[in-house]
Design a protein around this ligand. Structure first.
Ligand code: PGA
Length: 249
């Protein structure tokens, strides 16, 4: 049985007062009776603040990106061990905004995936197709290639300490969510690809859906067999909507 995970990707949003109030709102809505896990992914400068606010709570903490390098002359970059130093257990790799706006290739994403695990973090590997790719009928091929690049670089065993997030690029921040059927089809394909390498690992890996998840569409997405939670952008910036999605899980 895979435990649901609801992760809030704040992207480049937030101020100190907003973050204090958001964390307060999340903590006040946590239900110890629920098994679903909650995670927040703040911008780097706020990680120490969030870490102190989350001390002794079950809410998980992660970064939005990391350097493929362990340390050195990489101005502006942040290493996995720096994130681990602030109690981050997770880090996004390959978010479509990094792939599109920073030109990250699947090979570079795979290097980051490996670097995250070397620092003791669980990577959350983001994959997804653009609208053009979907309309050209290339969704399976694109997503399969993004997953395949990481299997090739890190090996299938690495997926026993990782999370996958399927985020169709056309659904991110657009208000246009994939239907549960569209999402389930791709999630099942990802699981089948991993299971073909190792059935146990494929069966256990959590695959989150992301792209305009809202309180009113979350329950039907999370009811799908291979959808193990959500990676939430816009709706994670308000405790009310984020925790309504948590309740749907
Ligand atoms: P969204 O973003 O929920 O605002 O569509 C999701 C994401 O990019 O992780």
């Amino acid at each position: 049985m895979r435990n649901k995970l609801i992760a809030g990707n704040w992207k480049m949003n937030g101020t100190k007062p907003e973050i204090r109030s958001l964390i307060g709102g999340i903590l006040s809505r946590l239900d110890p009776e629920r098994s679903a896990e909650v995670m927040v992914l703040p911008p780097f400068p706020y990680i120490p603040l969030v870490q102190s606010l989350l001390d002794h709570t079950p809410v998980l903490l992660g970064g939005q990106d990391l350097s493929p390098h362990a340390s050195g002359a990489y101005t502006g970059d942040v290493s996995g061990s720096m994130l681990a130093d602030w109690n981050c257990g997770y880090v996004l790799v390959g978010h479509s905004e990094r792939r599109a706006l920073h030109g990250e290739t699947s090979a570079q994403v795979a290097e980051k995936f490996v670097a995250a695990q070397e620092a003791g973090l669980q990577p959350i590997l983001c994959v997804g197709e653009t609208l053009d790719e979907r309309e050209a009928g290339r969704t399976r091929e694109v997503v399969g290639g993004q997953i395949g690049a990481v299997i090739e670089a890190a090996g299938i065993n690495a997926f026993s300490r990782a999370v996958v997030a399927y985020e169709p690029v056309w659904a991110i921040g657009t208000g246009q969510t994939a239907t549960p059927e569209q999402a389930q089809e791709i999630h099942a394909g990802i699981r089948a690809q991993l299971s073909a390498e190792d059935a146990t690992i494929g069966g256990r890996v959590r695959i989150l859906y992301g792209g305009s998840v809202k309180p009113d569409n979350a329950a039907e997405l999370f009811a799908c067999e291979d959808i193990d939670g959500g990676l939430i952008g816009g709706a994670s910036l308000k405790a009310e909507s984020f925790m309504a999605i948590y309740q749907a899980a």
